[in-house]
Design a protein around this ligand. Structure first.
Ligand code: ME8
Length: 648
């Protein structure tokens, strides 16, 4: 079995991790586990991209130095991954000395070879994208991604002779049909390469404009363009050029990215490698976007899905299963909790959960919990075995090609087939008829197939898989099992071993209750009165301590305030909570405060109140206040505290 090297993009630290980052990293984890279970030695890399204008701007908005800022956000990514079941071998940060060294070595090598030259360039620079746009690429004079007007910048810079390698790259893609996959992205890149001459790539930024970057080894007045720096991370982690890992894993390098960063990975990166005399990576695997109600997730729209929240509500295994099953790798997919709940109930609770619950219960009822020995084989057993082999083959072939949804669909043919097999062979009747030989075989066929299924889902649902195996009386060990062999072996589950009584790994789930509509004023009044009477009779109503700990109360500093465009009573208050970006809170306090009175004040915020739109404006928390006479006082601290400090 070949070794396997898998990487995610290194994520920018200008925003907190969201569903998109979680998806790519979960895919990388699943494919890495899959190859490990197929017997390969694997290396799995993720990390953070920490240089460039964007990061400096985000740090400034947050009143932090770039270093402080990148440390915080990089930590958010690093700490999230264990909660998502991610088993990466390394976490790389582009600000680490090991990376700076490799970037400078490669720059020097390419420079010495004559593939980097100094020249003057004028172009439309978008700070959001950190790149120059040609006139042709702009849409109505605006950046096509950010829809903002780029700044015209003319300066002297260093350029990489990318155009020199255009012909070679085209040839390489033609000769290696799955160099970029799925095919639609390969075609996109080929048509880009065929539509005209590639421009050379500007790979430096003058320090007069940006210092937060890796210094060019041949000119200390310049830092490296963030993409030239970032892509090299894939080599740094393997200890290029001398490391054993480089020799072992670079020839089998697989990158995963979404379509947003196709061009740097499909064009900049292979040509950079060629210039540095390094073999190209093996495969670039490109996926589509997760959309929310058909629009891209974005912070400003307030539709960002937080992976931790999904994991807390539905569990890590179920969340991972949904992401891999729902998205056809390569295409866009819509995320909704309705779809998630529907899929979990159908595939996990009804199909897989039921199979386990029914079979374990029958093993206890008919055999006291001991795995019976198969006795009398029937045609139906041969049929289900064949179905199992086909399902596992389909799973393995598709998974290896990044077709995760199809792989799981294939495996579920077996899950559903086994549920039908139970109905068709009616163990309860066999028991009544005292046909114990046949009954033993039926239960054994079920349990052995369940063992195979449990093993196959390990790459996707690692914890659940290990628990399923435990319920079958087995303990998981990645070195002991091999998926490829499962296609041929039968009968590894030993007769006589003891299985669990129940499974209940995948209970049915429900959508969280929508918040009840606010009752009309009268009703509210009535309810209030009733409550008063009730509490007079029953004493005070206490909140459990646990309920109190659910509230995340934080002190923040008001950065600026403006009137709500559509409501006189409301103000839009932007509060710094020490996070990557300030929170916007829509507060009904306009009659009590003028915007300028609030600026710089510290307030107490319910920071984990579910974000919602109030008159079309996103509100991400609630400011606590006290009514006093006809006025209103805001809660604050006796002395100023660090923004984001938690009240307890
Ligand atoms: O581009 N759906 O970092 P980044 C699916 N630092 N995946 C999504 C997604 C969505 N809606 N949104 C983001 C960068 N992603 C560079 C990479 S690599 C040398 C440098 C995922 O933080 C997806 O993997 O903007 C996408 O390619 C990546 O996050 C972009 O992350």
């Amino acid at each position: 079995m070949e070794n396997f090297y898998i990487t995610t993009p290194i994520y920018y630290v200008n925003a907190r991790p969201h569903l998109g980052h979680a998806y790519t990293t979960i895919v990388a984890d699943s494919i890495s586990r899959f190859h490990k279970l197929m017997g390969a030695e694997t290396y799995f890399l993720t990390g953070t991209d920490e240089h460039g204008d964007k990061i400096v701007q985000a740090a400034e908005a947050n009143n932090q130095s770039p270093q402080e800022y990148v440390d915080t956000i990089s930590g958010l990514f690093r700490n999230l991954w264990p909660d998502m079941g991610i088993s990466n071998n390394d976490f790389i940060r582009t600000t680490e000395p090991r990376h700076v060294k490799v970037v400078q070595e490669i720059l020097q090598k390419v420079y010495d070879k004559g593939d980097i030259y100094f020249g003057e360039y004028g172009g439309h620079y978008c700070f959001g994208c950190e790149r120059f746009y040609t006139e042709k690429e702009l849409v109505d004079g605006l950046c096509p991604d950010h829809l903002t007007k780029p700044e015209y910048i003319s300066e002297k810079n260093y350029f990489f002779k990318m155009s020199k390698y255009q012909g070679w790259l085209r040839e390489h893609i033609l000769k290696n049909p799955d160099f970029i996959r799925p095919e639609r992205y390969r075609n996109e890149v080929l048509s880009l390469l065929e539509s005209g001459a590639l421009e050379d790539l500007c790979i430096s930024r003058p320090k007069s404009r940006l210092t937060w970057g890796i210094e060019l080894p041949f000119d200390k007045d310049y830092v490296t363009y963030v993409w030239f720096d970032a892509l090299i991370n894939y080599l740094t982690a393997l200890e290029y050029p001398e490391g054993d890992k480089f020799g072992k894993f670079w020839p089998v390098a697989n990158h995963i990215v979404a379509k947003d960063i196709l061009k740097p990975h499909a064009i900049f990166w292979p040509t950079m490698l060629k210039a540095a005399e390094i073999e190209p990576y093996q495969h670039l695997n490109v996926h589509g976007y997760w959309l929310i109600k058909d629009t891209k997730m974005s912070k400003s729209l307030g539709n960002v899905v937080e992976p931790l929240k999904m994991k807390d509500t539905y569990g890590m295994n179920a969340f991972r299963y949904f992401l891999l099953r729902e998205m056809s790798f390569g295409q866009d997919s819509s995320f909704s909790e309705e779809a998630l709940v529907g899929r979990l109930n159908a595939d996990l609770a009804n199909d897989l959960g039921n199979l386990f619950n029914r079979t374990l219960a029958m093993t206890h009822k008919y055999f006291g919990g001991n795995v019976p020995a198969p006795e009398v084989e029937d045609v139906i057993d041969a049929e289900i075995k064949k179905l199992g082999q086909d399902a596992m083959q389909s799973f393995q072939d598709n998974f290896a090609q990044f077709k995760f949804s199809r792989a799981l669909e294939g495996l579920w043919e077996l899950v559903r087939g086994l549920n039908k097999y139970i109905d068709a062979s009616a163990p309860w009747t066999l028991f009544k008829e005292k046909n114990m030989d046949r009954l033993s075989t039926v239960i054994y066929v079920l349990l052995e197939n369940m063992r195979k299924i449990a093993l196959h889902v390990w790459p996707v649902m690692p914890d659940a898989s290990e628990q399923m195996l435990e319920q079958l009386g087995l303990s998981f060990d990645v070195n002991k099992y091999n998926l490829a062999k499962e296609l041929d072996v039968w009968g590894l589950l030993e007769s006589g071993s003891v299985v669990a009584k129940t499974s209940n790994l995948f209970p049915r789930v429900e959508l969280p209750e929508p918040k009840p509509e606010a009752p009309k004023a009268k009703k509210q009044e009535k309810a209030k009165k009733a409550k008063k009477n009730e509490s007079a009779e029953a004493g005070p109503t206490y909140a459990e301590f646990e309920d109190f700990t659910k509230l995340d109360l934080r002190v923040g500093t008001v950065l600026d305030v403006e009137p709500h465009p559509d409501a006189d009573r409301l103000l839009l208050v932007r509060v710094d909570l020490g996070e990557a970006e300030p929170r916007q809170v829509v507060a009904g306090i306009a009659e009590f405060f003028k915007p300028e009175e609030l600026k710089g004040k510290q307030v107490v915020l319910v920071a984990n109140l579910k974000p919602r739109k109030i008159r079309k404006q996103l509100s991400q928390g609630m400011i606590l206040a006290v009514k006093s006479g006809d006025g209103l006082q805001l809660l604050t601290t006796t002395q100023p505290v660090e923004p984001g400090s938690k009240a307890s």
